[in-house]
Design a protein around this ligand. Structure first.
Ligand SMILES: NC(=O)c1ccc[n+]([C@@H]2O[C@H](COP(=O)([O-])OP(=O)(O)OC[C@H]3O[C@@H](n4cnc5c(N)ncnc54)[C@H](OP(=O)(O)O)[C@@H]3O)[C@@H](O)[C@H]2O)c1
Length: 264
């Protein structure tokens, strides 16, 4: 029986991934900040719920060690993350630091905790949830953009390093997922930016073809099981449409076009 270790499994994509892998006969280590949110998962055979805040390095070490006492881990899914939106000058330093601590450093720290185990086994796979906002900038989301771009670039670099030991690393880059992400995101849009922000949001026709957590969990499963050395899985109809346009126009062409809608 294979095992997946998931961060941020209390809700949304993390929870849907836990349930999908469980239904496929995997053992699941579902980690979350508040384990009481995992009481339904904990009732299922072969799902273990463990406490983990990915901004707490000591707890990462303890939880990884605890997970490994239950047996080998095959896949680590770095899913925990949240959104921070608004113009840079409207965000506080602590909001910026906290976002990077979770979305970027959390992923890097949890990966580091499992590298020795995967090296010893000469197998294993890391998958990180990035975002459409990690492939192309979504205006007024710059800190979130930066955190997800960072993980895209870091993953590409780690591909070589981990490849030495037959360890894989991939990203799954979703567009909009109908989850708790919207309500958990922190937004700060000052009056001065409001109109441009609204124009920017209107230029992305996200809402009509968003994904469900279950749809993206299917792609995580594909990434975990297809045996390919594919770096990135662009996940969802919305992001596939936007990213195809981005690639067709090229970075400068896409930015020039979007700028005509946002900058008046
Ligand atoms: N929803 C979207 O539109 C969208 C689009 C692209 C990418 N993504 C990415 O997909 C991933 C999952 O998001 P989602 O849509 O499932 O959102 P969600 O429903 O808000 O779930 C986010 C999860 O991350 C957890 N989390 C936040 N900070 C954490 C921390 N410090 N330590 C451990 N867990 C933490 C949350 O735990 P608590 O229950 O404790 O808050 C929750 O379990 C994120 O990385 C997100 O950036 C989402």
């Amino acid at each position: 029986m294979k095992t997946i270790f998931i961060t941020g499994a209390s809700t949304g994509l993390g929870k849907a991934t836990a349930l999908l892998f469980h239904s496929k006969g995997w053992k699941v280590i579902a980690t979350m900040r508040d384990v009481t949110k995992g009481s339904d998962l904990a009732k299922l055979e072969n799902i273990t719920v463990l406490s983990l805040d990915v901004t707490d390095p000591a707890q990462i070490g303890e939880t990884a060690a605890k997970a490994l006492t239950l047996g080998a881990v095959d896949v680590v899914f770095n899913n925990a993350g949240y959104g921070l939106g608004g113009p840079l000058e409207n965000l506080t330093d602590s909001e910026i630091v906290q976002l990077f601590d979770t979305n970027m450093l959390g992923t890097i720290r949890v990966t580091k905790a499992f590298v020795p185990h995967f090296k010893e086994r000469r197998q294993g796979l890391f998958i990180a949830a990035t975002s459409m906002a990690g492939l192309m900038a979504v205006p007024f989301n710059t800190i979130y953009n930066a955190s997800k771009f960072a993980i895209e670039g870091w993953t590409e670099g780690m591909f070589y390093e981990l490849g030495l030991f037959n360890i894989g690393i991939k990203t799954v880059a979703p567009g909009i997922i109908k989850s708790h992400f919207g309500e958990n995101a922190i937004w700060a849009v000052g009056e001065e930016y409001k109109e441009a922000f609204d124009r920017s949001m209107a230029s992305f026709d996200f809402r009509s073809y968003f994904s469900t957590p279950e749809m993206i969990a299917d792609i995580v499963y594909e990434a975990a099981t297809d045996g390919k050395k594919q770096l990135r899985y662009v996940a969802g109809e919305d992001v596939n449409r936007h990213f195809a346009q981005y690639e067709e126009l090229g970075r400068q062409g896409y930015v020039d076009q979007l700028a005509t809608k946002v900058i008046k």
